[in-house]
Ligand binder design. Structure first.
Ligand code: ADP
Length: 293
């Protein structure tokens, strides 16, 4: 059965945050694609147009490290987003015990993640929902950021539609304190959590609630002092936490440099310039990275 006279529907790939994702063949190009069907619900007609206009902006974001949005159209009350089909994702790579992740491999994955983020931040688009299963991996080993800007376009996902904890483990402290004026720093925080996860082969800070998440962050890095993060006490959901001194983190992550204040946090371009990427061992060539069987 054809959708929009162009896409031949194949099997369902999974249920995502915003709706079902299925495999399809683009009859116009012969390319295999993944179509994300987004429930627009009982929203007014106007919302479709706003969402579509924003989506058109995402279509302009073309980069080797960002998943390509091939097409976007409304169909039977749902918004359909057509993406290039990707073989696997970083979560599957991290979980696969048959895959050895060398220091060079980890560097390569982090570099591709940051390169994708750099392009988006340059265009003032934030991801806001970075997690390993949103980092898709193609047959040539290239890692591409998926779901870019969707959080901004469609708002926070409805928990009913998602099988997993909505990216809490990757949330920056300012988001957990309810900030409304967040910036690119939220994606940097998430990228750092993913970096730690690549090294540990398990999620680094696994909070069971938003409050517990902050507790886990503070236990790992110590509670932020007023001088480290002067604006913290003005955040909407700020609550005072019992003081925890900073533990000797450097033994776990020797290069770690945790910055609580989003204004002082390293930017994506600065992170890409870090000597970590230019010093040996150099990042693995993406085509040489192993993928799950
Ligand atoms: P979530 O919102 O939970 O991150 P998604 O909506 O991104 O989930 O995706 C749901 C399922 O569809 C996942 O299992 C994912 O692997 C698969 N999927 C999403 N995008 C693609 C794609 N471009 N190519 C192949 N599979 C995809």
């Amino acid at each position: 059965k054809k959708v929009a006279d162009r896409y031949l529907k194949r099997e369902v790939l999974g249920e995502g945050t915003y709706g079902v994702v299925y495999k399809a063949i683009d009859t116009k190009t012969g390319q295999t694609v993944a179509i994300k069907k987004i429930r627009l619900g009982k929203q007014k007609e106007g919302v479709n147009f706003t969402a579509l206009r924003e989506i058109k902006l995402l279509k302009e974001l073309k980069d080797p490290n960002i998943i390509e949005l091939i097409d976007a159209f409304p169909h039977k009350g749902n918004l359909h987003l057509v993406f290039e089909f990707m073989e696997t994702d970083l979560e599957a790579v991290i979980r696969d015990r048959n895959i050895v992740l060398s220091p060079s491999d980890i560097k390569s994955y982090l570099q591709m993640t940051l390169k994708g983020l750099a392009i988006c931040h340059k265009k003032w688009v934030l991801h806001r929902d970075m997690k390993p299963n949103n980092l898709l991996i193609g047959s040539n080993g290239q890692l591409k950021l998926a779901d870019f800007g969707l959080a901004r376009v469609f708002g926070s996902p409805d928990r009913r539609f998602t099988h997993q904890v909505f990216a809490r483990w990757y949330r920056a402290p300012e988001l957990l304190f309810g900030t409304k004026q967040y910036g690119p720093g939220v994606d940097v925080w998430a990228a750092a959590c993913i970096f730690a996860e690549l090294l540990l082969r398990r999620p680094f800070l696994q909070g069971s609630s938003d409050i517990d998440q902050l507790g886990k962050i503070f236990a790992a890095f110590g509670t932020p002092s007023a001088s480290q993060w002067p604006d913290m006490i003005f955040l909407p959901d700020y609550v005072e936490y019992q003081h925890v001194p900073a533990p000797p983190l450097r033994s776990l992550f020797p290069m770690a440099n945790v910055t609580y204040d989003p204004k002082a946090r390293i930017s994506v371009p600065q992170a890409l310039e870090h000597r970590y990427f230019s010093s040996a061992p150099l990042p693995t060539d993406p085509v040489k990275l192993s993928r799950p069987a």
